[in-house]
Design a protein around this ligand. Sequence first.
Ligand code: NAP
Length: 232
Amino acid sequence: MSSDASFEGRTVLVTGGGGALGRAVVRSLLDGGATVVAPSFTAGDDAALTALACAKLVAPAKVDLSDEASVDALYADVPELWASVHLAGGFAWSPLTDMALEDFEQLVTMNLRTCFLCCRAAARTFAGPGRIVNVAARPALVPTANVAGYAATKAGVAALTLSLAEELAPRGVWVNAIAPSIFDTERNRADMPDADHASWPKPEELAATITFLASPGNTSTRGAIVPVYGRS
Ligand SMILES: NC(=O)c1ccc[n+]([C@@H]2O[C@H](COP(=O)([O-])OP(=O)(O)OC[C@H]3O[C@@H](n4cnc5c(N)ncnc54)[C@H](OP(=O)(O)O)[C@@H]3O)[C@@H](O)[C@H]2O)c1
């Protein structure tokens, strides 16, 4: 086994690994020596993960992380799990008065249901100490207009993280989350062409924080919702 700073000999499962943040996190973990299991959902994910292909990256296809049986089957195939990093999720901007119930329910499914199912499966899978890292968002911590539905689901992720951190601490499983501001992605640049892109944190910067929280080198940080806002 490795030194405490390295993932050598350790397996990390990453959800949303084909996404903008996911690609940076998968790269960072592979660079740290981890074996990475990164399930893909759609063809877009497949293409992104194929571009990162290497002997230490396993990418099971067509895994819907909102489906209980699929999530449980995914984790059953990863017997020696060290860390589980849950990035799958999405965003919707909408004044609450304009928000359809089905749009809110979709956010709950993408952000909270996938996180719940993956946290539960990971907690059942760890044979000893381990790490869980979730992704909340700044509007869960800082009141922000016109994202109430989204903020509510990410506040759910934050609350789940804090409670689970206490539940799993006796087993040496540290549970944390990051809370990003808007970060620098192609999609955000296209949606907000006039914003100050330089102030946004970069996916690689978020990935560095996640990698630390997921690492054996994180010997004592648990139950944290870590702001990652860059200069925004
Ligand atoms: N982008 C931002 O500025 C920002 C700010 C704060 C927080 N966040 C959070 O950070 C995380 C990553 O964001 P991102 O910008 O990297 O998003 P992204 O590029 O859209 O990636 C999200 C990933 O989650 C996957 N996913 C969604 N629902 C899924 C499901 N039911 N089953 C399996 N996979 C599913 C997507 O798969 P498909 O593409 O195949 O659908 C995609 O790979 C998300 O939780 C997001 O809410 C983002």
